[in-house]
Write a protein that binds this ligand. Sequence first.
Ligand code: NDP
Ligand code: MG
Length: 390
Amino acid sequence: MPHNIAVLGSTGSIGTQTLDIISQFPDRFKAVVLAAGSNVDLLISQARTHRPAIAIIADESKYAALHEALAPLGIETAAGRQALADAMERPDFDTVVTATVGYSGLLPTIRAIRAGKQIALANKETLVVAGELVTRLLHESTSTVIPVDSEHSAIYQCLKGEDPATIKKLIITASGGPFRTWTFEQTAKVTAREALKHPRWQMGAKITIDSATMLNKAFEIIEARWLFDVTPDKIEAVVHPQSIIHSMVEYIDGAVKAQLGIPDMHLPIRYALGDASRLTSGERPLSLSDYAQLTFETPDAEKFPCLTLAPYALTRGGNSACIINAANEVAVAAFLHDKLSFHGIYDLITEALDAIPYIAEPTLDDYVATHHATIEYAENAARKHKPQYV
Ligand code: NDP
Ligand code: MG
């Protein structure tokens, strides 16, 4: 039986790579739901190729164009965030790839969990914002999660066949981003253009900036805490600039298992779609002789203060990571529009943490309210900052 798949965020970096894999294995996979934010032209072209049952655009102003193009082909169309979340209960698919960016992934993912779908989780923000609640919902449902994030896919692969009680440490690798060798003073003047040049990975703009500030690594520590149910003291990050080792697990007997490969997201996406089994790769293989050396460094939290937000959020718990995520979404958008400095990203997040009320045991409604209150606060606060490099 082929897997019928919903691709949330089909027009993005992970979404388009997911569709590559669906095309590569037509007997195994079929795209049944395609959903995008606002790139209606690409969504229409994807729908013409993949012939899903439904195509959904979150931006309602693009609905007429979508409907006009796809109705003659007999493809259902819908628009708006609510329609996207409602589609998670359709009975005609079994697996959803959550590849939208930021907070927008949370509510559809929760609906998919409640509907018992299999989740190929790319949208790490879902677990950053509401990890405790989402894992509780997963335990209460028949839904399962296979991570797509390369580090978490690597850990998942290293854990296969092992007793979780024998884990000593999860070791998450980090490329270090474009400013790994810069001083803190130098990064004060970083521009969006410079920050968008990631040395190893081709990704969407938001995660590329998160990689440059290293908040992405803090998010991945939080993601690992919830995905693998390990205490924060058992999760460590190490900088590995070549991005060949995607992460490691150390066991109580001293053994360390690693997963290696070229930096290419097709592998973890294919692994997640294939139910954590191995399907033939279409990409070039890893040739270790191409790498003179694999190196490792300790992450520098003085240079990249966003790294401190992982231990902060995991110790404090409650809605604190939700505040960090929302403030960061505003900060990254402002930075990309040259309205906030690179260092301003961390500053805006800490200001929001001071300003937004802490809730120790948030409900889903509390997370939603915290997100919106933080967005409003941070948008106002960002206007008081200056892009220092101007
Ligand atoms: P992109 O920015 O490339 O793509 C984001 C996708 O989400 C686009 O399809 C966009 O639509 C869609 N989208 C944006 N807002 C909404 C919304 N409100 N409702 C519905 N859809 C929306 O991001 P990436 O593919 O890089 O990242 C996606 C997720 O995967 C992120 O959470 C990221 O952290 C994670 N991830 C990404 C990796 C990568 O290599 N790219 C690696 C590991 C994790 P449109 O363009 O049409 O507006
Ligand atoms: Mg990653």
